[in-house]
Design a protein. Structure first.
Length: 330
């Protein structure tokens, strides 16, 4: 099996025999444990089946947003969920924006509004871009952030740079393989790209040509995990083994039904709790829910199920569920 990485970056090998990010014989990226290529027959099977949540989804639902944007005017360390997988993170006056998506995406309308005027997002130092799917990598949103923050650097996975240069030819992009450390991050912070269980696709013929993943941000002894998109798998335990217990884990909980189809690439709320435990994290902040209608379940179900599972597991105090636009101060 071939492997690849960015030769200019430091690698934190998860094992003595680690050779890099795996690719198949055609050079397409692969998951660590379960290779996955979505097939049209499975999509057709899903769409032809009756949705058991059909009646429940008829009820209108929109998550409230927070009117308090005072976090924009201070310099406190904070995590602010802005909907779906977009977070504003400020650590030691260094500002990160994850997977920026401000409005509708291709063929899918945004249900819960973006909580602030995106033009207020100034002074962004780094964009953490998990993969190329349109609900994470939105051309117009990225162009807006780059226009308002011309010195911003995009940290992302291997082979994402060619796509991003089409959006803005002047954008600064650093690409990494799994378990590699970006070398252009302001000290005292460090950022690493780590594996998730997912896939990539932007057009009809580019399956898995660009690398997907999550991010670890290290601030002294404090660790933050941003999971991007992922199904549940052993990569959580492996990442915790390398970096140690996490302080905050930002994990997806939505677009999980039907689970026979969704589980390889979107974890359920119950699996998010398993991932949280695997990461040995102190706090869980959920994401990837109540913003876009991407699966069978009602938009309200992921958060309801997560809260119930956390209560059953005596983890309610570890669960943080801010409204879009509401700051969690660190």
């Amino acid at each position: 099996m071939p492997f690849t990485s960015n030769p200019d970056l430091i690698t934190l090998p998860p094992s003595p025999d680690w050779q890099g990010t795996p690719v198949d014989s055609k050079g397409h990226f692969m998951n660590l444990e379960h290779p996955y290529v979505p097939g049209w027959l499975d999509v057709l099977k899903w769409k032809l089946k009756t949705n058991p949540f059909k009646e429940a989804k008829r009820a209108p639902y929109r998550l409230p947003i927070s009117p308090d944007a005072s976090w924009l005017q201070n310099e406190k360390n904070c995590i602010v969920w802005l909907g779906h997988c977009t977070f504003f993170i400020r650590l030691d006056k260094i500002c990160f924006l994850t997977d920026p998506v401000f409005g509708n995406i291709l063929l899918t309308k945004r249900i819960t509004a973006f909580p602030i005027d995106p033009n207020l997002l100034k002074g962004i130092h780094y964009i953490l871009l998990s993969h190329d799917h349109r609900d994470h990598c939105d051309k117009s949103s990225l162009q807006q952030v780059i226009a308002n923050n011309p010195q911003v650097k995009v940290l992302t996975g291997l082979r994402m740079d060619e796509l991003l240069k089409k959006f803005n030819s002047h954008v600064q992009v650093s690409t990494a393989g799994w378990y590699q450390q970006y070398n252009d991050v302001s000290q005292p912070l460090s950022v690493y790209f780590v594996p998730t269980r997912h896939w990539s696709k932007r057009g009809p013929f580019d399956n898995n040509e660009r690398l997907w993943g999550g991010f670890v941000i290290k601030r002294g002894q404090q660790l933050f995990y941003f999971g991007g998109d992922s199904g549940y798998d052993g990569h959580y335990q492996l990442t915790a083994r390398i970096f140690g217990p996490f302080d905050y884990a930002l994990l997806g909980i939505g677009a999980f039904e039907p689970q026979w189809f969704m589980h390889p690439h979107h974890q359920s709320p119950a699996d998010a709790i398993r991932a949280f435990r695997d990461l040995q994290a102190q706090h869980l902040i959920p994401m990837h829910y109540s913003t876009f209608d991407l699966a069978d379940e009602p938009l309200a179900l992921p958060l309801q199920a997560l809260k119930q599972t956390a209560a059953d597991d005596h983890l309610s105090q570890a669960l943080l569920t801010p409204l879009p636009g509401e700051a969690v101060y660190l």
